[in-house]
Design a binder for this molecule. Sequence first.
Ligand code: NIG
Ligand code: FE
Length: 403
Amino acid sequence: MNQHCDLALSNARVISMTKGSEGYTPSPLCHIGITNGQITALSLEPLQATNTFDCKGKLVTPGFIDCHTHLIFAGSRADEFEQRLKGVPYQEIAKQGGGILSTVRATREATQEELTELALPRLDGLLRTGVTTVEVKSGYGLTIEDEIKMLRAAKALEAHRKVHVSTTLLAAHALPPEYAGRADEYIELVCKEIIPLVAKESLATSVDVFCESIGFNLAQTEQVFQAAIDYGLTVKGHTEQLSNLGGTALTARYGGLSADHIEYLDEQGVLALSETNTVATLLPGAFYFLKETQQPPIELLRQHQVPIAIATDLNPGTSPFADLTMMMNMGCTLFGLTPEETLRGVTSHAAQALGMSDRRGQIEIGFEADLAIWDASHPAEFSYFQGAPRLTARLVAGEFDHV
Ligand code: NIG
Ligand code: FE
């Protein structure tokens, strides 16, 4: 006799996303038992439970994980979009004090509560595409107070919606105007004041750096990574997005959770990733929106068995998309990924990119009951049809959120 559960999802066709092709193949009709927010039973036999929800043969996947977003910001960059359509490049706009710095100005003026409020409609877009965990970066504050304000605004989203928020400090996103010509001094502020305070107050679990000609160089990135490790935080990088500086290999060397963007990554960089557990996170929304032509090295990543994640990179400048399944579609059409790769990219591999692969991103006994129930029958549906949502419900830590 099965043990008694708090909740049973009956007649589910489970896409477990466990390793191997069986993880992608929908199971025969089965029953998922949930107790105390965890998956406690997976059975072909009906389960004893306090409450039962009949899935009526619908697909059940792990809740999707958006492992790279800049969800918290104020202001709009619609004017910049128009400029870019007239031919002004992204880097040029950044050099003229627009781009990231225009969002910094608006974000500094907003209160923590305003930032949370502004983010809710964007978050709702993600939730409608099955997201149950979202990573959110700071990086539009660039002072101690404003970076902390952003991280707190991100965490506060959990009080408004059923979702897990994972926060990342990205104080090294751009050089704040008041530090113009003094990048090393700003990096010192990040390493000696911002990181220690963020670690002490447990405001973030990871530290990210924009390692790029319009961001920070390799030596500065390494200083930030070292400080992060010293304070017990994990690292990740915005690397090889617009050029090849070697930031990905550096991220891997510091045991990074993920190297993100990576359009300009070469084989050496891919090898560096393959030697660690660092995930390659692809951000097709930014590639599309910036009309990039340099393709990330998908075939090399496959050859060297580097886990690939897919994320929205939701931000006002390069990826204004609050839709994770749209990114799966772009991953297939723009990068040539298979629907199976994109589904792993928003479940098990995305969990790995956030250091949570032991508890989220798969449907397994002992894993958290973060699930999505879909009115769909084929596992390629998620990356295939867009704009007519098929989500029936999400469960976060075993709690229902019906659509
Ligand atoms: O991931 N690459 C740097 N950061 C963001 C863009 C942020 C912005 O333009 O506001 C990105 O693409
Ligand atoms: Fe980003």
